[in-house]
Design a protein around this ligand. Structure first.
Ligand SMILES: [Zn+2]
Length: 617
């Protein structure tokens, strides 16, 4: 039993053995734990592979342990050896199990003598799930190839053999060679003035979980945005990105004021090509970000607030398994809102909270019961699937509820203490609850019952009295939308001239799922939404227009889908097209053109949507 005992008996720290069986990893941390990684990599662009040597420092836990078990996926293992204290090596026997579709291949290394270090020499596969390789033609500047990693959730194992579980933390040193003129960056301190001589070294002195291991390489320029922050991007993108992210230092200072010091040193941002499958990835010291937030007016920089917030919730305190991921994402979405409020004002923070809450209210009922829970039963839930709206939006809603009940001053003090107490540890939901009870719930009696806490964490749906922020601007938009749909307000009479990105998102989000075609045509004629450079607006506009049967938008929708590989902005269009046979055929044509530019994760997601639609036919 892994989850409930700690809760029932109020143990403060979960015993190591209880963390031993992360269902998404083969690692056996009750036998042996990796404490440090020395990584040697050569980036081979022509073959789309990394040639690697991973030397793992080991802390043996069980005197009877016979082997070191690691996670791998599609790695070609050349040899495995024990490394002595004098640097001498002895070959070790190993076995690589057949590939499991979800978990990859278990690597069992016979090591009854408990060496203090083990080295694995290996090569990655060109189709590694955690890497994307782009040809020069697939980049913005078309001059050099580009490669980047995305390790969360369980994809680090596709480029480094290790114990790929967020319960296990290690420090790392890396030495990376690459072609000349290529800049390499990692989730460690990066030197903006490093010569582009093809030889890079990195050090991450803080213990991190494997999903925060990250690398990027390409024709990358740097522009400072503050005393401890810079933007890294392709040369043609870097100035625009530095302008969009110019408030980064203000955000860091704000978060420090709220929750204590930023403990990582520098905070840099790498802007990736548009094929990056996520909005952002909180790799320590170097957030990886989508270029789709570069819209010129800073309206989407809450993405930076989110990734920065992870420097406290997620990177400093880490969910011990994927089932607990709301500890990363719910807390971070809450902190993101607080940063946005402090830097850009309460109306914007409230609008963003409402957008996510309304979307969750609309979507949650259709989810399987287990998926509606913040802390679900992990059986049968894939690691990537656990990163759902529930973790982010229900999680942050729970924290906003706590803030409302206990008052901002006391809740802020509580949260600051929480970040301090568990700094650089991986914890479960139950460990968090064990800390919450004496330090907040019982400390201020009469504000919130323990049964209410349990309903938020283990219950389905959203508790009925969950508080929503007020937004007079959104209320006005609700009114306009209703009048427009009822026919009492013409499209060109909508008061939309000054609408922000979030206000357009809200207007479009709450249109009927399949709106009347004539209404969509009127809207487009008045506001020229087709062809918008703002992908948040585009994703919402095209999905509704496609559902309305507006074939005039198809070519522009296709252009959006080919240009952008970010899952959240692209998959809704595939889903919208897949609802009719003609749309499905069109989506298949679009995918044939887009596929080569997509990340393996995006390819997998789109192929699953298309396959499901075909089966339903
Ligand atoms: Zn996040």
């Amino acid at each position: 039993m892994r989850f409930l005992p700690a809760l029932a008996f109020g143990t403060l720290v979960l015993p190591l053995a209880a963390l031993a069986n992360d269902p998404n990893s083969y690692a056996q941390p009750d036998q042996v734990r990796v404490t440090h990684l020395d990584l040697n990599l050569d980036i081979d662009f022509p073959h789309k592979q990394l040639d690697g040597q991973a030397t793992l420092k080991l802390d043996w836990q069980n005197p009877q342990a016979q082997s070191l078990v690691l996670d791998t996926r599609d790695l070609k293992i050349a040899k495995v050896e024990a490394v002595g204290s004098d640097g001498g090596t002895t070959p070790l026997k190993y076995a690589l199990s057949p590939r499991d579709k979800e978990l990859g291949s278990k690597l069992t290394i016979a090591a009854p003598k408990h060496p203090s270090q083990v080295r694995i020499v290996y090569t990655t596969s060109p189709g590694a799930s955690g890497l994307q390789w782009l040809t020069p033609a697939q980049t913005a500047d078309k001059k050099a190839p580009f490669m980047f990693s995305q390790s969360e959730s369980i994809h680090a194992r596709s480029w480094v053999p290790l114990q790929d579980s967020p319960a296990i933390r290690f420090t790392y040193d890396a030495h990376v060679t690459a072609p000349k003129d290529i800049r390499v960056v990692m989730s460690a301190i990066n030197d903006a003035k490093h010569p582009l001589n093809g030889d890079f070294t990195f050090r991450q002195p803080h213990p991190i979980p494997s999903y925060l291991l990250a690398i990027g390489a390409g024709d990358i320029a740097v522009k400072e945005t503050g005393p401890r922050s810079a933007v890294y991007a392709e040369p043609s993108v870097v100035a625009k990105a530095a302008h969009e992210f110019e408030d980064t230092e203000k955000m860091i200072a704000t978060t420090e004021q709220l929750y204590g010091p930023y403990r990582w040193g520098r905070y840099d941002i790498l802007v990736l090509p548009p094929s990056f499958p996520y909005g952002g990835m909180e790799n320590p010291n170097m957030t990886f970000a989508t270029p789709t937030v570069l819209v010129g007016d800073k309206s989407l920089v809450s993405l930076v607030a989110h990734e920065l917030a992870h420097s406290w919730s997620g990177n400093l305190i880490t969910a011990a398994s994927w089932r607990d991921i709301w500890l990363n994402e719910g807390f971070t979405t809450y902190v993101q809102g607080r940063i946005t409020e402090a830097v850009y004002g309460k109306p914007l923070a409230d609008e963003e909270a409402l957008l996510s809450a309304r979307a969750l209210q609309k979507g949650i009922a259709a989810m399987p019961a287990n998926a509606q829970k913040l802390a679900p039963d992990p059986r049968g839930v894939g690691a990537d699937d656990s990163l759902s709206d529930v973790a982010y939006d229900k999680g942050s809603w729970f924290l906003r509820t706590l803030e409302q009940r206990f008052g901002r001053a006391d809740f802020d003090a509580y949260l600051k203490g929480y970040f301090d107490h568990f700094a650089f540890q991986s914890i479960t939901t139950e460990t968090m609850l064990d800390y919450l009870k004496p330090n907040l719930i019982d400390k201020y009696p009469g504000k919130m019952g323990w049964d209410e806490v349990q309903a938020w964490v283990y219950g389905t749906g959203i508790p009925k009295d969950a508080p929503l922020p007020d937004s007079p601007r959104f209320d006005a938009i609700d009114k306009e939308r209703r009048a427009f749909l009822a026919g009492s307000l013409a499209a060109d009479k909508l008061d939309a001239k000054g609408w922000s990105t979030q206000e357009w998102m809200y207007f479009l989000d709450r249109l009927p799922d399949a709106p009347p075609l004539a209404k969509m045509q009127q809207l487009d004629a008045a506001w020229h939404l087709t062809g918008t450079p703002n992908a948040e607006i585009g994703m919402r506009w095209y999905s509704h227009a496609i559902a309305a049967g507006d074939k005039a938008v198809w070519p522009a929708a296709a252009e959006h889908m080919i240009r952008i590989g970010r899952l959240y902005l692209t998959t809704p269009l595939y889903k919208a097209f897949a609802k009719t046979p003609e749309g499905l055929a069109y989506a298949e044509q679009v995918y044939a053109k887009a596929r080569a530019g997509y990340h393996p994760l995006t390819q997998q997601a789109v192929e699953s949507i298309l396959a499901k639609a075909k089966k339903a036919k």
